[in-house]
Ligand binder design. Structure first.
Ligand code: 4AD
Ligand code: MG
Length: 431
């Protein structure tokens, strides 16, 4: 393949001639000089063209270009500490590929609905570029974490007859005459593969019919879910904090420019080092009381409680031992207090709240059977899962890291809808 040049690696070509292929994001002119703001998908750069260098005809054509027109620009790379990325392109020639129609975004301040309706174009903007590049890095850092530690990545099904996270958020679909659900989590299948492969993880979409409109809930989100045989609650917490620290470290190292574009306070992110504070659910309840928030033991934390609590910590922290009443059927009970479970959620600071959920799973056959029945779950659809407790049952556990929640926090942005290329939410199926 012919050599291609990208803005991302432009620093390797200072004072050389390169051709960049991309789109015009804006332009400004001062008589005989044209400043073209240009992006190629790997970054942004200013291209400076003068009439004397490129000729009258090319100059006029460039001066008339509309925003988001596509073009190839040839020129010499100049190091310039005043330029946003540190470089500028001194244009020698340009080739117009397509002249864009009048671009709908950017002429004025837009409302959320307008931007979401134009998500297919909105993802071209610099803020979305920064967020989605960080998303890609979070994914690869998480996968590298597990791949380099001997986990086997095994995909879990999207179509399933069994609910994992309660029956109120199920999307159901017709499956050749019988009813199937879209997966809420790969966990139950991970437990089966963990008994076959020891340490596993899956990475895929989770689908939940979230009927409330919040900034923290998508109906389609992605989870990275490890599951480990012979692991107890303490092992699970160690993996959580190590994984999250490694992800944040990678973003700081590889996506410094994107964090800067988002004006993210990186001091907060630099503090993300193990060990993270660990508190129990009951301690959280007391903490809420101290912060003047009324909360009854036995209830689940809502967004408002998480926000208050997560503002009192300066790094991610883990909450353990939730009551059985607020956790799903598969949670192992605390041998010291059977009202409690061996569960752990990780909450991000700065008001972000839950980013990871997991814990130890039920090991004992009779306990699991009772729990399935108490949850009024149809036995027939869980028989395979119960089988895992009939054939070499071992203590085991795992968790799910919510990709979009982590990206929102790392980027320091308010709403989850910007953390995924095409968000799916209540009343948002398009584009
Ligand atoms: O806490 P959750 O429901 O846990 C599970 O699904 C477990 N079965 C995972 C496991 O143990 N393998 O979801 C896990 C994480 C949450 O901590 C949160 O970060 C994210 O997934 N999450 C959502 N993200 C965006 N939109 C939603 N509607 C989400 N629901 C959960
Ligand atoms: Mg949870």
């Amino acid at each position: 393949m012919r050599q291609r040049y990208y803005i991302e690696d432009i620093g390797e070509h200072v004072d050389s001639e390169v051709t960049l292929e991309g789109w015009l994001t804006g332009k400004r002119s001062s008589g005989k000089i044209l400043f073209l703001q240009f992006r190629d998908g790997t970054g942004f750069i200013q291209c400076v063209a003068s009439k004397s260098d490129i000729g009258e005809e090319a100059f006029e054509a460039a001066a008339g270009l509309t925003v988001e027109s596509s073009l190839k620009v040839t020129g010499t790379v100049k190091a310039d500490s005043r330029a946003p990325g540190g470089y500028e392109l001194s244009v020698m020639g340009l080739q117009i590929v397509h002249v864009a129609d009048e671009y709908p975004i950017g002429r004025k301040e837009h409302g959320d609905a307008f931007l979401l309706d134009h998500r297919h174009l909105w993802i071209r903007s610099s803020r979305q570029f920064a967020i989605l590049r960080i998303r890609a890095t979070v994914i690869s850092a998480a996968r590298d974490y597990f791949d380099s530690r001997g986990y086997t990545m095994l995909d879990t099904p999207i179509l399933t007859p069994a609910a994992c996270e309660g029956t109120t958020t199920l999307f159901s679909t017709d499956y050749f005459g019988e009813s199937a659900y879209l997966t809420q989590s790969g966990q139950l299948y991970n437990e089966a593969t963990a008994m076959a492969f020891g340490k596993v993880y899956c990475f895929g979409p989770s689908l939940r019919a979230e009927k409330s409109k919040t900034r923290r809930h998508l109906t389609e989100f992605w989870q990275i879910e490890p599951e480990i045989a012979f692991a107890d609650l303490s092992d699970i917490m160690d993996v959580q904090e190590e994984l999250v620290s490694e992800i944040v470290g990678r973003v700081l190292k590889d996506r410094a420019r994107e964090l800067e574009m988002l004006e993210r306070d990186t001091e907060v992110l630099k503090r993300v080092q193990p060990p993270f504070p660990r508190v129990t659910y009951s301690e959280m309840v007391k903490l809420l009381g101290k912060n003047g928030v009324e909360f009854e033991w036995g209830n689940d934390f809502g967004a408002e409680h998480e926000t208050v609590i997560s503002q009192t910590f300066d790094r991610p922290f883990m909450v353990t031992h939730f009551p059985k009443s607020v956790k799903p059927f598969y949670m192992e009970l605390d041998p010291e207090d059977e009202r409690l479970t061996l569960s752990v959620d990780m909450l991000a600071p700065e008001g972000y709240g839950e980013i990871v959920g997991g814990g130890q799973r039920v090991t004992d056959l009779a306990v699991l059977e009772r729990s399935v029945d108490e949850g009024a779950l149809p036995r027939a659809d869980y028989e395979w899962y119960i089988d895992l407790r009939r054939f070499g049952s071992v203590p085991h556990g795992g968790f799910g890291l919510g990709l979009e929640r982590v990206v929102a926090w790392v980027c320091g942005i308010h709403h989850l809808r910007e953390t995924i290329p095409f968000p799916r939410m209540l009343k948002r199926l398009r584009p």
